[in-house]
Design a protein around this ligand. Sequence first.
Ligand SMILES: Nc1ncnc2c1ncn2[C@@H]1O[C@H](COP(=O)(O)OP(=O)(O)OP(=O)(O)O)[C@@H](O)[C@H]1O
Ligand SMILES: [Mg+2]
Length: 239
Amino acid sequence: MYGQEFSLQSISLAIPKSQITGIMGPSNSGKTTLLRILNRLTDLIPDILIRGQVLLDGVDILMPHYNVNLLRARVGMVFAKPIPLPRSIYENLTFGPRMHGVKDRRILDERVEQSLQAAILWDEVKDRLFESALKLSGGQQQRLCIARTLAMQSEVILLDEPTSGLDPISTAKIEEALRNLKKDYTIILVSNNTKQIARISDRVAFFLMGDLIEYGPPDMLFTNPSDKRTEDYVSGRFG
Ligand SMILES: Nc1ncnc2c1ncn2[C@@H]1O[C@H](COP(=O)(O)OP(=O)(O)OP(=O)(O)O)[C@@H](O)[C@H]1O
Ligand SMILES: [Mg+2]
C-alpha cells in the first residue's frame, strides 16, 4: 500500500529456483511494486505499508533487522533503463564485489570475465574494459547491468522490463543470456511483452490491478487460461 492506495493485494506465490518466472500484466498492475518489495527498494519510499512475508530460503527478508546490503547482493535488480556508473566497464563490474570485501585482483579479473561471458558481452568489450561504460550502446549497457548482478554472485535476478527500450537483436541476446543463466540463478522477469514472457518463462504470473489473477506454466496461461481476464490479456484484447 502506498499511502491509502492498495497497489498489491493478497499476493501469494512461490518462485522456483533455477527457473525463469515471468510476470506480465498491463500498466499499474503492481509488477514493479512486487520487484521493489523483493529486494526492499521499498525501504526508500516513505508512507508505504507492507504486510506479509517474503521468504528467501525460509527467512523473512521483510524483518526489520534483516541485513539489506546483503539482501541486495543476493537479490540483484536490473531496470528498464540501464544505469551504468559513469566509470569504466571494469569498475562497473568490480564496484559491488569490492564494496563487499573482494580485493584480490585475480579474483576480480576472473569475475569480470565470467560475468561478461555469461551476459554475452565479453567478445564485444574485452579490448575496452577500461573505457567508459557510457560509450556502450543501450543494448550493451543493459547486458552490462545484468553482468553486474552476476559479478556480485547474486542468487536471484529481478529484471523490470529489461528489453523495453531495445532493438530485436539486443533483445534476443538478453533472452539467450537469461536462458543460459537460469540453471544457476532464480530469475524473475517482468515484461509487458507477452510474446517474450511466453518465449522464455518456465512459469508465468498474470497481474491485474494489484491482484494475482493466475499463476502457472506458460502452456496453461497462454493456451488454456482458467480466468477470462487472462484470456483477454494474452489474446491482446487489452494491455
Ligand atoms: N512510489 C509510489 N508512490 C505512490 N504510488 C505508487 C508508487 N509507485 C507505484 N505506485 C502506484 O502503485 C500502483 C502499481 O504501480 P507499479 O509501478 O507497481 O505498476 P506496474 O505494473 O509496474 O506498471 P507499468 O507496467 O506501468 O510499469 C500504481 O497505481 C501506481 O500509481
Ligand atoms: Mg513497472
